[in-house]
Design a protein around this ligand. Sequence first.
Ligand code: BG6
Length: 491
Amino acid sequence: MANKSNTRCDLMLFGALGDLAQRKLFPALYQLERANLLADGSRILAIARTDVDTDAVRSQLREKLTHYVKPEEMDAELADRFLQRVDYLRLDFSEPEGFGALNDWHQQGSGELIVYMATPPSMYGVIARNLRAASCCTENTRVVVEKPIGHDLESSRVINDELGEVFKESQLFRIDHYLGKETVQNLIALRFANNLFASQWDQNHISHVEITVAESVGIEGRWGYFDKAGQIRDMIQNHLLQLLCLIAMDPPSDLSADSIRDEKVKVLKALRRVTPDMMESHVVRGQYTAGTSNGKPVPGYLEEEGANKGSDTETFVALKAEIENWRWSGVPFYIRTGKRLPEKLSQIIIHFKPAPHYIFDPDQKHLANNKLIIRLQPDEGMSLKILTKDQGLDKGMRLRQGPLELTFSETFENDRIPDAYERLLWEVMKGNQYLFVRRDEVEHAWSWVDQVIQNWRDSGAPPKRYAAGTWGPVASIAMITRDGRSWYEDA
Ligand code: BG6
């Protein structure tokens, strides 16, 4: 996949010694090198506050690459070539004087400038202003920022305003790493390249939709951050609402960033606001207690390292979301996500309505609806449950539900599934914003989520407990059972 004609880039990476950069960004950049997608002359400036030199940073990166890149994908010579692109600059992000050195570095190269802020969002504004003061940026500079963009609508506006003072919206690449996942992008192909589904994708044919993003891990040393966020800010406001938008949006007129994002915004605007009287029936909030994970005992959220014992932050949320528009009226979207659930699993299930007139064995009527299961991770693929006749002389017209199965790793066995950050960095280099979140998307998502958080606050009700290693509080099962449905479990 030689592609040396790519534009040459100068990537300034703020927060280069942090966990995200080391665990995700450098391995992703290494993979781009491996795929021959980094143009000759592209350079990376690792920027952090620590007093070390370039050699020390390169050897630290080499070690981390060995850790985070699969052994069969690690090549020492290639890693050396990649690390030659990396320089290190020690910098206090809040001191404008130091930013002159960034300009000097950029002047020595000839690549398009990309600034990646892998820092806390509170630093975005000051970094942007200091870059401007040092005349580092032009109208072509691309700026990548990570979530969370604020912790509510108001704080997200402050951050967006600060960035907006220096950069135009067309320069900003707000990351939601779920959009970089291959299978998430596949939702667009599935929906808009297959008329079979496109013509069935509405309230006439679909009864309800489930979205589950489950994690088996707990807080993993991130208690300080997580406790201020909780699962609704950490996962629902961004990843799950993005998935919901991709499932629910109308067909965009083309694949351009704004066509797609316009359609997503329409969905967010059509989300029914959750009023206090809907909380009981539409929202479940949980927090894990001690239990087991992969057969081993694990502590509860309040016993994790660094925990504040009185915290009522949620580690699980289940929600029934409703989209008030022509296409989705009357079709609930049940979404749930949590830490310390039995397994890591992200999947979307589209439940189709049964045929209008049923002529088979009445005992089997419950089987008679097709389901499309989209597995985002692990085991990426899709499965369409269809009904066929059970085989055998004695079976008459007994029905059987079986899968039409597409498991990407088996069907396309030679194709490596890239990590989300590889795709996202590559799209930034190409200047394509379609996998990045526009300001109005962030703000509409906050506005909807803020209402739920406000209702929680007003009610003062503590989260419901669930033992680590289970599928969340029983109230989550009750929420969907009340509607005569159940969470899908692969039999
Ligand atoms: C992050 C959240 O955005 O996504 C984490 O902050 C979460 O809490 C992670 O663990 C999940 O991402 P993935 O790609 O492992 O599903």
